[in-house]
Write a protein that binds this ligand. Structure first.
Ligand code: HEC
Length: 458
């Protein structure tokens, strides 16, 4: 192809940017140092994950912590492996785009090449403070009762209901789900559910679809269920209206691999109606040899400004695919037509270990086609939600066509088993094909939440 080699281009620009700095250093003017030049970059782009007891394996806060990693940091940064970011930068602009600027990359590159010097302490900015695992400042924390996670139980989906006891509707601007024990909480999704929908004496996961079956605490698609990789095809299967499904979910917060707190743009908030419960769907995966306990929490930040938009999300799925063994690029599609006008806020791609790429195209009622979202190299370990810098109106009748590719070959290092035909299932070694579109509806004249201190509830 005639496209320029992006990596080559970046490196070239990097060298151009870095050169003047190195020259001045050679002339005896100040060196690039950790304290003055590098710490500010790490503090704003890295330490959110790279601090003690967070998701990254090492802390990158002090010079002593960073120095042994200097070469690895340079490599991870120059190759754009870190900070993790998987959306195609040519499609859409995102508020939470964590990619480093070329100038910051050049600074790190030049710092490492010139000996990774410390510098002087008076140049060092104060390190960001982290508050017991929270990356936001919650007004309210709701925590599940203690759960026992048996040794070696890797596929345990629990549904736990926590009352909010809200006397009135509350508006949530930001939320974060923090696992009690990160070693065993694989993911956790918190949804709003009305009190009269809370299943009493029954687990939500036991509501099986027509072609599903259950083992232990997880659901799967039956091996002989209807097959359609084309989610846009018309179903002629009795009892199955269509191969794609799209439903509305009200999700204040989610903990997925690599997923940070959900901070919505000012004026955009999620409503939790008075009296609602929060449903915590927690996927426990305990690879340890011991039984442990967990108390996962959600922290909520109430909207402090007038709410102009209420957010919710469409979760769009094709659950009827079949990925043959050894197929390195198996195509699966889903289709969903918007039943109303919505303001588009964010996108999330959700697949498991065999997920390779995902693209969503909008076909507008006037016939125009537009690729709105592209994750060219999906990585199960990083499931970011991409918040749009410019929300836009998507009219009723817009058809969303999502195309995913799965790599079920031995060349996929994450593939648990290339010899298996794979269908839909909750365990990570089975698959899912989901595109989630967070959207907003206008809320005329919503008053701001009264500001409140931390009302902690355990
Ligand atoms: C969203 C969280 C997150 C952010 C932001 C982040 N990292 Fe990481 N980083 C991780 C996790 C988790 C790992 C370990 C998993 C892995 O290696 O894929 C990691 C691994 C690394 C590694 C080790 C790679 C190797 O060779 O094994 C380096 C070096 C690194 N990060 C540097 C950085 C730097 C520098 C930044 C900022 C420019 C940064 N990271 C931003 C989460 C993060």
């Amino acid at each position: 192809m005639s496209r320029p080699n992006r990596k080559g281009l970046n490196l070239h620009r990097l060298l151009l940017l870095a050169a003047p700095v190195l020259l001045t250093a050679a002339e005896g003017t100040p060196q690039i140092t950790f304290d003055k030049d590098v710490a500010p970059i790490l503090y704003s782009h890295c330490v959110v994950c790279h601090h003690a007891n967070d998701i990254a394996p090492m802390s990158l806060v002090t010079y002593q912590e960073v120095r042994p990693w200097a070469a690895a940091i340079r490599q991870a940064v120059v190759q754009r492996i870190m900070p993790p970011w998987h959306a195609d930068p040519h499609i859409g602009e995102y508020i939470n785009d964590s990619r480093l600027s070329e100038a910051d990359m050049a600074t790190i590159d030049a710092w490492v090449k010139s000996g990774a010097m410390e510098g002087s302490k008076e140049d060092l900015p104060p390190a960001p403070q982290f508050n017991n695992g929270w990356h936001i400042k919650p007004d309210l924390i709701l925590t599940i009762p203690e759960q026992t996670v048996a040794a070696a139980n890797q596929d345990d989906y629990e549904y736990i209901y926590v009352p909010t006891n809200f006397q009135e509707d509350r508006w949530i601007q930001a939320a974060e789900v923090v696992p009690g024990d990160r070693r065993v909480v694989h993911h956790a999704t918190v949804s709003v559910i009305a009190a009269d929908k809370v299943p009493i004496g029954k687990k939500a996961g036991e509501n099986l679809g027509p072609f599903e079956f259950r083992t232990g605490q997880v659901n799967h698609l039956k091996p002989d269920a209807p097959v359609s990789d084309d989610g846009c095809a018309t179903s002629t299967v009795p009892g199955l209206e269509s191969f794609s499904s799209g439903y509305v979910n009200h999700v204040p917060g989610i903990y997925l691999p690599g997923h940070l707190a959900e901070v919505r743009p000012p004026g955009y908030a999620l409503k939790i109606p008075a009296g609602s419960y929060l449903q915590f769907q927690v996927h426990y995966s305990n690879r340890l040899k011991e039984t442990v306990t967990d108390r996962t929490s959600i922290g909520l930040v109430f909207a402090k400004e007038p709410v102009t938009h209420e957010v919710a999300q469409y979760e769009i799925w094709n659950n009827y695919f079949l990925i043959p063994p050894s197929d390195s690029a198996h195509k699966v599609t889903s289709c969903f037509t918007l039943p109303k006008d919505v303001t588009v806020v964010a996108y999330t791609a959700h697949m498991h270990f065999r997920g390779k790429s995902m693209t969503t195209e909008a076909i507008y009622p006037d016939g125009r086609h537009e690729v709105i979202f592209n994750v060219p190299k999906y990585d199960f370990r990083w499931q970011e939600t991409y918040f749009l810098k410019h929300q836009f109106l998507m009219p009723k009748g817009t058809k969303l066509v999502t195309t995913a590719y799965f790599d079920n070959s031995v060349n996929n290092p994450l593939n648990p088993d290339a010899t298996k035909a794979v269908r839909w299932g909750e365990p990570s070694n089975e698959e899912m094909m989901g595109f989630w579109l967070a959207y907003a509806d206008d809320v005329p004249q919503k008053p701001a939440e009264p500001s409140s201190g931390l009302e902690s509830k355990q």
